[in-house]
Design a protein around this ligand. Structure first.
Ligand code: CDP
Length: 237
């Protein structure tokens, strides 16, 4: 699909609502780079866990002091045809998706210094446009000038059902209630934090996908793109 100009697509929304699925589809259709900012917050969380900076609470100041020791990269795995997250040179793609990281990531993402550090890296990644970035504050803080902003949501039950199936398929030992509780708790912390709370940008298009499957959601996004940035008949090819 060809657009009439290079753009930034910002996709924000609640936990487990299909942001990354849509972002990957759009990036692949447009030949753009996909950036998963949640993986960056999850990597900082894993670092903190491994460095003993999370006990029964987060050791905030110590973590802030170590932020410059945390190197996060996305490397393309040609065999799996997807980018994987590396933390200080080590592939952490599986580890950062587990429940332990999910349970601590929102408290870590509340820390203003962590956010400033990651937002700066994210802005560098979008310097030349042609990216699809998903997260919580992309349309509001990271790229307030993004040409297209989508805000995805769905009922908490439906989102927990999808994430539960995904974790089960990966062989993780979790209950539906545990996943639902995590999704609801992250939404609460993400939406009420002082710095960059999760909320739709005033110019975001809100898509509730509770009753949409993956193909239907993609079709909605493609029609928005072709109306806003279409190039006549070309844009659908
Ligand atoms: O995939 P899922 O929607 O469950 O979460 P994620 O995108 O991997 O993000 C994990 C957590 O990182 C969120 O619950 C937020 O607390 C935090 N996050 C954030 O604060 N800002 C972002 N731009 C992205 C993620």
């Amino acid at each position: 699909m060809k657009l009439n100009k290079d753009i930034i697509i910002a996709i924000d929304g609640h936990a487990s609502c299909g942001k990354s699925t849509l972002a990957k589809q759009l990036a692949s259709t447009l030949g753009y780079t996909y950036i998963d900012t949640g993986a960056m917050y999850r990597s900082v969380t894993l670092y903190a866990m491994q460095a003993g900076l999370i006990t029964d609470h987060v050791h905030t100041q110590e973590l802030i002091n170590e932020l410059n020791k945390i190197h996060i990269e996305f490397r393309y795995n040609a065999k799996l045809q997807k980018a994987e997250t590396y933390l200080n040179g080590k592939n952490v793609e599986e580890q950062i998706r587990g429940m332990e990281v999910s349970d601590w990531v929102s408290p870590i993402a509340e820390i203003a210094e962590v956010r400033a550090h990651l937002v700066h890296l994210q802005q560098q990644m979008g310097k030349n446009k042609r990216i699809v970035m998903d997260g919580r504050d992309i349309g509001t803080v990271v790229f307030p000038q993004a040409e297209l902003k989508l805000f995805l949501t769905a009922s908490a039950q439906e989102r927990a059902r999808r994430r539960f199936l995904e974790l089960k398929q990966k062989g993780q030992d979790v209950s539906f209630e545990q996943v639902l509780q995590n999704v609801e708790q992250r939404d609460r912390i993400d939406s009420t934090r002082a710095v960059s709370p999760l909320k739709p940008a005033s110019d975001a298009i809100i898509i509730d996908n509770t009753n949409l499957n993956i193909e239907e959601q993609f079709a909605v996004a493609v029609s928005i793109l072709s109306v806003r940035f279409g190039n006549g008949i070309d844009c659908l090819l």
